[in-house]
Design a protein around this ligand. Structure first.
Ligand SMILES: C[S@@+](CC[C@H](N)C(=O)[O-])C[C@H]1O[C@@H](n2cnc3c(N)ncnc32)[C@H](O)[C@@H]1O
Length: 370
């Protein structure tokens, strides 16, 4: 991926990493659209086995460890019968679901680290929509349920439901929270005018039709209720030419984008402005968005950027394999080739030589009052 960001992104990000909040008029300019349109070429896996690992660097970050029909289904033995791919487990067959991340303990830890990062990007908030006294909330694709648990703790009067296709949520949870097994790409069974808030975070690469998903959220919400969508881009940039296009970090975007094409689920949700478009098509109003620039690695001198960067690196390093193995396998790589790519990626991330960052975007909109 080229290391200069497109003009539309230059408009979207300030140099001091201040989040940008935009409404309808500014939205087109603030959506980074180019990365998805640029051809995302994945280097062949042999590239990694034939390339020497980056030399160790004295600046390297050693603080991180080594590995740093209807939709609702009950937890049946089928759902617990995970698929195993090259030693990692993945969700069982359920509805139309196709999720690329592992669902084992190692990967769940990485999701919890991501939750910490995401919360930091929102200045320790769980959401940006202007909620007042929510009574019923829904978290779609809840993962380990960590966001839903925090939300249920924050609003003890609110009934919270978290759904997922993997039963990886804990059983000790706030009394106002419950988890359900549910494929969100199928028809929802939550009725109409039911929720004050629907929250959907990090489902990139999981959803074949975002407008359909958001239409279902629209139906499930009460008039005046809010939908909030938080997604990230796999594309990585640098402003000072420290990201060679053949580096393992630069290949992160093309790898996900091409993997997503093979499974028919896009990873360029932020890049293509899908969140706002799908919300508009679904009928939401008062749509607002915030673009967030997230460094990867603790290379920045700015304390906030540095903190975000360390957590972003920690999240990826917690389980790089669990993030990419399904997709590299889909692209025809062997497990060994994937392992060598991961070794390159780790070396580069830890070297602090690559001053890279990526974008995350939060978009929220209201179901019109009746
Ligand atoms: C990257 S994780 C994000 C988890 C959580 N939203 C968070 O931000 O911490 C994506 C989650 O979506 C779930 N998922 C993927 N496809 C889904 C589907 N069709 N229906 C419901 N959940 C799905 C996965 O099982 C996984 O737990």
């Amino acid at each position: 991926m080229a290391d200069t960001k497109p003009e539309s992104e230059q408009a979207a990000a300030t140099s001091n990493n201040e989040p940008i909040e935009t409404s309808a008029a500014a939205a087109a300019a603030s959506s980074p659209t180019s990365p998805a349109q640029a051809p995302a070429v994945v280097l062949p896996p042999e590239h990694w086995t034939q390339t020497a690992l980056e030399a160790d660097d004295d600046d390297a970050d050693s603080t991180l460890g080594d590995d740093a029909a209807t939709s609702t289904a009950s937890i049946t033995s089928t759902i617990l019968r995970y698929r195993t791919i090259r030693g990692r487990t993945y969700h069982s067959e359920i509805g139309n679901a196709q999720y690329w991340g592992a669902n084992d303990e190692r990967h769940n830890e990485a999701l919890d680290v991501l939750h910490h990062l995401f919360t930091l990007t929102l200045d320790d908030q769980l959401f940006l929509a202007p909620l007042s006294n929510p009574q019923k909330a829904l978290d779609i694709g809840t993962g380990t349920g960590i966001w839903a648990i925090d939300f249920a703790d924050k609003f003890p009067q609110c009934v919270v439901i978290g759904t997922d296709i993997s039963p990886i949520q804990p059983s000790w949870i706030p009394p106002n929270l419950k988890f359900e097994m549910d494929d969100c790409t199928q028809d929802w069974t939550f009725g109409t005018d039911n929720f004050d808030f629907v929250h959907i975070r990090y489902l990139l690469g999981c959803i074949p039709d975002w407008t359909h998903l958001f239409k279902q959220a629209f139906v499930a919400l009460k008039p005046g209720g809010y939908l909030e969508s938080y997604e990230g881009s796999p594309n990585v940039y640098s402003d000072d030419n420290t990201l060679p296009p053949t580096s393992a970090i630069a290949q992160w975007g093309p790898l996900f984008i091409n993997g997503g094409k093979t499974i028919g689920r896009s990873f360029t949700i932020v890049d293509d402005g899908v969140q706002r478009k799908a919300m508009e098509e679904a009928g939401f109003v008062d749509i607002k968005e915030r673009m967030i620039k997230v460094p990867s690695g603790g290379w920045s001198k700015d304390p906030r950027e540095k903190e975000l960067g360390i957590w972003a690196q920690h999240a990826v390093e917690s389980d790089v394999e669990g993030f990419i193995l399904f997709l590299t396998t889909t692209l025809g790589w062997t497990k060994e080739q994937t392992g060598v790519y991961i070794a390159h990626l780790r070396k580069e991330l830890r070297s602090l030589k690559h001053h890279v960052y990526y974008y995350q975007k939060v978009v929220w909109g209201k179901k019109p009052e009746k």
